[in-house]
Ligand binder design. Structure first.
Ligand code: AMP
Ligand code: TRP
Length: 330
């Protein structure tokens, strides 16, 4: 039987952090054997925030290298760059033409991001239609994402249904695959907001490429809660609970196990152990990342190969779509 398909991505917005790792990339790596995976770098989505062209180019390649350094294997999964498969934008446009404005205006991510900005760009509003296209092109069964993206997944299902009922069954309705714990890692400087690449302060996140002393420093100054017990209680102890989730995801130990391990310990001791753990787990990833970036030719070859494999599928889907909606296909 053919393997089920999973599709997912991270934006090429730099500073890939442990929230992305725990909420997304770690899952991709676990799933890549069992499923046919399509994992790409969403560079077009990154354009919905202002980007410096030189920096963006570097971020795209860096993110691809990080995918592989974290364990994604081009022999198992198709790894590529979104903008190199233009069918994504083509289908995104077509989905825009059947999407009511109100549905896009209601999206939490759009509301949050546009609150922070004076000039609201149309690209930010249309972000979910491009994301739906990313997924529907490959007939995805499952989409592993962090909790912050579940509304976009629901939107993808809605737009697929709408297209199918208008033009005949074309798309599969994909399901989100959320991790139970660690689906949303919160900021180290403010546990009521998610850890985010776009955070104002770099103290909000641990980037996968942070140097050991940077990791130690950021964990040391991470916000904690009142009291002194190391206990999982997201309501009363949001900061410590967040650190426990991170510890658990990075070590593979259960939260219960960690609570007893740190029973008699202080916040400072717990934090110091967490910082050591992060340094230990991230350093092999950083080493492999350096090797890949220094062998740019090899990296570009993988991405080119991924592009070709992805495009084969994307072209077939688009031909079907073009025919169904009445575009000239001769
Ligand atoms: P992005 O940083 O927006 O490109 O997100 C890439 C992937 O990481 C998506 O699957 C997100 O759901 C996930 N992600 C982003 N931020 C977090 C976070 N703070 N906690 C858990 N997952 C996250
Ligand atoms: N919007 C996602 C995020 O910010 C990234 C993304 C773009 C994505 N296209 C996708 C995730 C398709 C899953 C499937 O996290």
């Amino acid at each position: 039987m053919a393997k089920e398909v999973i599709v997912s991505a991270i934006q090429a917005s730099g500073n890939v952090h442990i929230g992305n790792y725990i909420g997304a990339i770690q899952q991709f790596v676990k799933l890549q054997d069992k499923y046919q995976g399509y994992f790409f770098i969403a560079d077009l989505h990154a354009l919905t925030e202002p980007q410096d062209p030189e920096k963006l180019r570097k971020q795209i390649l860096d993110s691809a290298a990080l995918y592989m350094a974290c364990g994604l294997d081009p022999k198992e999964a198709v790894i590529f760059i979104q903008s190199q498969v233009p069918e994504h934008t083509e289908l995104g446009w077509i989905l825009n033409t059947i999407t009511p404005l109100g549905e896009l205006e209601r999206m939490t991510q759009f509301k949050d991001k546009s609150k922070k900005r004076k000039n609201i760009l149309a690209g930010l509003l249309n972000y979910p239609t491009l994301m739906a296209a990313d997924i529907l092109l490959y007939d995805a069964d499952l989409v592993p994402v962090g909790k912050d993206q579940s509304q976009h997944l629901e939107f993808t299902r809605t737009v697929a249904r709408k297209f199918n009922s208008k033009f005949g069954v074309t798309f599969k309705e994909p399901r989100a695959l959320l991790k139970k714990e660690g689906a949303l890692i919160m900021g180290l400087d403010n546990p009521s907001n998610k850890m985010a690449k776009s955070a104002q302060s770099p103290n909000n996140y641990i980037a996968i490429l942070d140097e050991p002393n940077e990791i130690q420093r950021k964990i040391k100054i991470a916000v904690t809660d009142s009291g002194k017990e190391i206990k999982y209680d997201p309501v009363k102890k949001p900061a410590i609970s967040n650190l426990l989730i991170i510890y658990s995801a990075m070590s593979g130990k259960s939260i219960k196990n960690l609570e007893s391990k740190f029973k008699e310990k202080t916040y400072a001791e717990f934090k110091s152990s967490l910082a050591d753990l992060l340094v230990e787990k991230l350093s092999p990833i950083q080493k492999e990342y350096k090797r890949l970036i220094e062998n740019k030719g090899e990296l570009l070859k993988v991405l080119n190969n991924g592009k070709e494999q992805a495009q084969k599928v994307a072209r077939t889907t688009m031909l079907d779509v073009r025919k169904k909606i009445g575009l000239l296909c001769e």
